[in-house]
Structure formats: structure tokens, C-alpha cells
Design a binder for this molecule. Structure first.
Ligand code: TRP
Ligand code: SF4
Length: 330
């Protein structure tokens, strides 16, 4: 048994991962691998809560997501990487938790209230969608996680998880620790159009984009919107390309570009070209690992199956305790 604290987090496989995901959640996870006993999983059942009418794409996204994870540096030797649907114990724990979760806790969940209003192209008035945080609570407490690295939007779900764990412990005996949310700093990277980088805005650079695609996307990035012509002075402080420079180019390069931009000595086309080259160079190791895993589907499959088996062994133990605590069958 390791004495490290355990953390657990998951992602829904709703599309390929982009630079926003990389510099947000993923890099954070990669950095936690040595310090914590890490469980990271692909929440494919959670994807069904909103995409139940079109489930066909989910499996493909699962396979790509695990490749994105491995390319970004998640290491199956260090972390337990698994897929939710390969650990069916999650469904059983979800069912038990649903017995004790008051509906008003779910109805007042801010994420639920927002999405029910905002997402109009799908019918989300389902039991499963309302119960999303109960399934998430099962994911988390199944592994008795101490911490849950998540973005700010997921904090209400971790809060509901704590409430459900507390209620379970009160009713049946102390089995579950109350997990803490570990806030992930949001990535500063915006999309090509300066909105939040997102698949649904069609403004993302994906980990799977090849160098040509990256160069093409960079060339259509919105820069300082006030700057119409090369002869206009620009303002790097409000320019997204400049934000990218600060991540991908060395300090000398972007420190030289800033005054040139302000004095209209460098045009956006040239400036972007330098940035694109540096971005492509920075992505090279990731792209190499991606190509490696892409060419070895049987290895990737084995990584998923082995990780899921490891997770399942933990889950089985927890479920034995849960069943005997509820005295349903032991
Ligand atoms: N709800 C999370 C999201 O949309 C995904 C998720 C499912 C999750 N189960 C989890 C995250 C458990 C952390 C822990 O991002
Ligand atoms: Fe942005 Fe570079 Fe254009 Fe300045 S020159 S506005 S930093 S893209």
C-alpha cells in the first residue's frame, strides 16, 4: 500500500483534446503523478447523459482520448488509467447512492440549472442527466479519493459528492472519506477567435493536429482587433498570438516582438509564422509519442484493460464493504 494521498479525476470523451485541455487539466494531472496515487478515468457513461441520442461517436473518442493522455505524458506505470464502463461497479454504487440522495440537492445544482437552460439542441429532461452528480459521486468515493483535481465548474459536483458521502456514512457507518476539490488553474490559452477554446466553437488546435494544420490554424488567429494594417501599431497585451508566444517562444523572442509590434515594425503574418514554428517545435515530442501509440493499437488496448482491471479490483473491495454496510448481501 502506498502512503501517498489518492487523487482521482475524469474526463468525458466528447471529442478530441485541444491545447486548452492540455494546459488546463492534462498538464496538471501529469505533474501530479509522482506526488499522488493517481486514478484517471474516461467517463464514457457520463458522456451518455447528454449524448444518449448519438452514442456511436463515444467509443472512438475514448480510444483517441487515451492516446492523447499517453502522448501528453500520463504514464500507466505511475497512474491507474481506466475507462468507467469497464468497471461496472460504478453503476451499482450509483444505484445505492441514488437511494439516499434527496432530489432537491440535484435540482439546485448550478451546473444542472445552467445547462438545462443553455443547451437547447438536446432533451436533457432525463433522470440520468439530473442524476449526473450522483454518478460522479460514485466515481469518486469508489476509490476513497482524498482529492479531486477539477476546474471551477466542477466544484459544485465535488460538494454534492461530499454531502452524499456524509449521508452514506451517517446512515450506514463510516466507509467514505469526504473528498476535497483541488482547483486546476484555468489555461490562459484562448481559441483562434479569442473566445474560450472549445470544440463547439470550432476554434481549437487539437493535440492530433499535424504541423500543416497547426500552421493553417495559426494563420487564421484573430490578433489585436484594432490593428487593421501592418502600418497600424499593435498591442501585444491584448493579442492572443502574443499569449501563445509567451508559452511557446523563448523570452528573448517575445520580448523583442513586443516593441516591434507596438511600433508597427513587424506584421502579424510574420509574427504568427514565428509563433507557429515554435508551437510546432514544442509539440514535437507529444506528436512523436502520439504517432508511436497510434501505430500500436494493441498496446493502447492493453494499457486500458490493465488499468481498468486494477481499478476494478479496488472497486470490488469497496463494493463488498458497501453491500455489507447496507446489509443487502455479504
Ligand atoms: N463531470 C466531469 C466533467 O465534465 C467529468 C467527471 C465524471 C469527473 N466523473 C468525475 C471528474 C469524477 C472528476 C471526478 O469534467
Ligand atoms: Fe499580435 Fe504579433 Fe500582430 Fe502584434 S504583431 S498584434 S503580437 S500577432
Amino acid at each position: 500500500m502506498s502512503s501517498k494521498k489518492r487523487i482521482l479525476s475524469g474526463m468525458r470523451p466528447t471529442g478530441p483534446l485541444h491545447l486548452g485541455n492540455l494546459h488546463g487539466a492534462l498538464a496538471n494531472w501529469v505533474g501530479m503523478q509522482d506526488k499522488y496515487d493517481c486514478f484517471f478515468f474516461i467517463a464514457d457513461w457520463h458522456a451518455l447523459t447528454s449524448d444518449y441520442e448519438d452514442p456511436g461517436a463515444i467509443t472512438g473518442f475514448v480510444d483517441e482520448m487515451i492516446i492523447d493522455w499517453l502522448s501528453a505524458g500520463l504514464d500507466p506505470q505511475k497512474s491507474t488509467l481506466f475507462v468507467q464502463s469497464l468497471v461496472p461497479e460504478h453503476a451499482e454504487l450509483f444505484m445505492f447512492l441514488s437511494m439516499i440522495t434527496p432530489v432537491p440537492w440535484l435540482e439546485r445544482n448550478p451546473t444542472y440549472k445552467d445547462q438545462i437552460v443553455q443547451i437547447n439542441n438536446k432533451d436533457l429532461s432525463t433522470f440520468g442527466f439530473l442524476g449526473y452528480p450522483v454518478l460522479q459521486a460514485a466515481d469518486i468515493i469508489m476509490y476513497k479519493a482524498d482529492g479531486v483535481p477539477v476546474g471551477i465548474d466542477q466544484v459544485p459536483h465535488v460538494e454534492i459528492t461530499r454531502e452524499i458521502a456524509r449521508r452514506f456514512n451517517f446512515l450506514y457507518g463510516n466507509i467514505f472519506p469526504e473528498p476535497e476539490a483541488v482547483l486546476t488553474k484555468t489555461s490562459k490559452i484562448l481559441g483562434l477567435d479569442r473566445r474560450k477554446m472549445s470544440k463547439s466553437y470550432n476554434n481549437a488546435i487539437y493535440l492530433s493536429d499535424n504541423p500543416d494544420e497547426i500552421a493553417k490554424k495559426v494563420s487564421r488567429m484573430v490578433t489585436d482587433p484594432q490593428r487593421m494594417r501592418k502600418s497600424d501599431p499593435g498591442n501585444p497585451d491584448i493579442c492572443n498570438v502574443f499569449e501563445f508566444h509567451k508559452i511557446y517562444s523563448d523570452k528573448k523572442t517575445w520580448e523583442a516582438i513586443a516593441p516591434q509590434c507596438r511600433n508597427a515594425q513587424i506584421g502579424c503574418v510574420a509574427c504568427k509564422k514565428v509563433m507557429a514554428e515554435n508551437l510546432i517545435k514544442a509539440m514535437e515530442p507529444l506528436h512523436e509519442r502520439r504517432a508511436y501509440f497510434k501505430a500500436k493499437p494493441e498496446l493502447v488496448k492493453k494499457i486500458i484493460l490493465d488499468g481498468s482491471e486494477k481499478a476494478r479490483n479496488v472497486a470490488k473491495e469497496t463494493m463488498d464493504q458497501v453491500r455489507s454496510a447496507i446489509r443487502i448481501k455479504d
